[in-house]
Design a protein around this ligand. Structure first.
Ligand SMILES: [Fe+2]
Length: 462
């Protein structure tokens, strides 16, 4: 990059990379490429191209996809920016023209085209996650169009889902276990509503409906069960007035508590439940158990953004059980370790799962820069026995692990993650055996460039 920043979320392995490259044959450092492995591990993350006027991880940046694909025993690497409309506008300007989510600023009209909204101060850059639905590979941000990505990671354009206009949706969307339909969510920065999209397995929008909220709220993820969509609405509220007065656009309104909506999938009237204030970015899974809804999630006691503000209580993996008959909520942590980015074998989404895979931070990491969102150890939590097994990467930094199924059962598969070594300033792709995660890796591949710390990934079978 032609610029530097001393923001910890823009230095070390959080620093963006500026080159888009293709590497045809990755070097195997350890283990072997599993026989028959065919597909791609693709991960998205914020990678600001131009020096931003302000930067709040993980809310801003340009999307960049990093993919390692496997075919006939050979692994290739490719990375590409997600070329959203916001990216094109800044590409034309040659510098950052949008402010951040906390400090939005209108864009000079000379950089805008006839279809651009001159009143929109928010960048929409699809840097948070990536998913496949049917034949569609989508790069996703929050409250913005999903961007359809081609097989060579080229950005094709906003996804219309069979309609005449882009579908606005969030980063985390879930596929129904029986019908294969996609449920997607879009919250609004200005109005107290959240829109649910029901998209068929054929990739065409079936219907959209709104759920009313107490205030415009950030809702990053949700739970899908066989019959319900469950929203946990923490009091992270968008407040334009506060921003105009010099405050933050996002306000923590603990007095509102956390409200839980159980929404029938047909758009019927939601049932509401009240809880004390907490925030959720990510759910591991949720499912129905007779009249209960069981939810495993990462609990943040409060929401902080930006460097310098630290969560006094680190995020932890919790289980919440909602009795829909009595309205009673049972709540407890699985353990005391800090975790985020939980994933499961996605074949168990919305039905009961046994295992949760989540990164944590241990004392063996000595070379990080202390920025939040840094992890060096992967945990496997057995929700039947409470047992935890771990793969500690030592002085190397890892991220979210994506489950690659291989056979039947929740331990039949591999866990894929990018791993960064602060001593060599280099990155690897590592595969662990989901059944024996403490063992030496099944595979370590040397990557041709550093892969910055990112957010969410997906396995896309060939
Ligand atoms: Fe996320």
């Amino acid at each position: 990059m032609s610029w530097r920043s001393d923001n910890p979320h823009l230095t070390g392995n959080f620093a963006p990379v500026g080159t888009e490259i293709d590497s045809e044959r990755l070097e195997v450092l350890e283990g072997a490429i599993p026989e028959g492995l065919a597909g791609a591990y693709i991960r998205n993350g914020p990678n600001p191209r131009y020096q931003p006027s302000s930067y709040n991880y993980p809310l801003e940046g340009d999307g960049m996809l990093h993919a390692v694909s496997f075919e006939n025993g050979i692994a290739r690497y490719r990375n590409r920016y997600v070329r959203t409309r916001s990216f094109e506008i800044e590409d034309l300007a040659g510098h950052a023209v949008f402010g951040g989510l906390m400090s939005p600023s209108p864009v000079d009209a000379k950089y805008l085209g006839p279809d651009d909204d001159p009143e929109n101060p928010f960048k929409a850059s699809a840097f948070v996650s990536v998913m496949q639905h049917g034949d569609h590979l989508l790069a996703l941000g929050e409250g913005e169009p999903a961007w359809e990505i081609g097989p060579d990671l080229e950005t094709r354009g906003p996804w219309m889902a069979g309609t005449g206009s882009p579908i606005l949706m969030g980063a985390h969307n879930r596929v129904h276990p029986v019908t294969g339909d996609l449920f997607a969510l879009n919250y609004d920065l200005m109005s107290p509503t959240v829109t649910i999209h029901h998209i068929g397995r054929d990739g065409r929008l079936r219907r959209s409906f709104d759920v009313g909220l107490a205030a415009p709220s950030m809702i990053h993820d949700f739970v899908l069960t066989e019959r319900y969509l469950v929203l946990l609405i923490g009091p992270a509220v968008f407040d334009l007035q506060k921003m105009m007065e010099g405050g933050s656009f996002i306000q923590w309104r603990g007095d509102l508590g956390t409200r839980i909506a159980v929404v029938p999938l047909d758009g019927g009237k939601p049932r509401w439940f009240e809880a004390e204030a907490f925030f959720v970015f990510h759910f591991a899974n949720g499912f129905e158990r007779s009249s209960e809804i069981v939810i495993d999630y990462v609990r943040h006691q409060k929401l902080y953004f930006g460097y310098g503000e630290r969560n006094s209580e680190p995020p932890r993996l919790h289980r919440l059980v909602l009795d829909t008959t009595s309205g009673r909520i049972r709540e407890q942590p699985w353990f005391e370790k800090v975790v985020e980015f939980p994933r499961i074998d996605e074949r168990r989404t919305s039905v009961s799962n046994r295992y949760i895979f989540a990164p944590t931070l241990t004392e063996t990491l000595t070379g990080g820069n202390g920025a939040s969102g840094t992890f060096n150890c992967l945990l496997r939590v057995d929700t039947e026995t409470g047992d935890i097994s771990a793969h500690d990467f030592g002085n190397r930094i890892a991220g979210e692990a994506v489950f690659i199924p291989h056979g039947n059962g929740e331990t039949a598969g591999w866990l894929a993650t990018y791993v960064y070594d602060p001593e060599t300033d280099g990155s690897e792709l590592v595969l662990l055996d989901a059944g024996r995660i403490s063992d030496e890796p099944v595979l370590r591949l040397r990557l041709p460039q550093r892969v910055p710390q990112g957010l969410h990934g997906a396995w896309v079978p060939a």
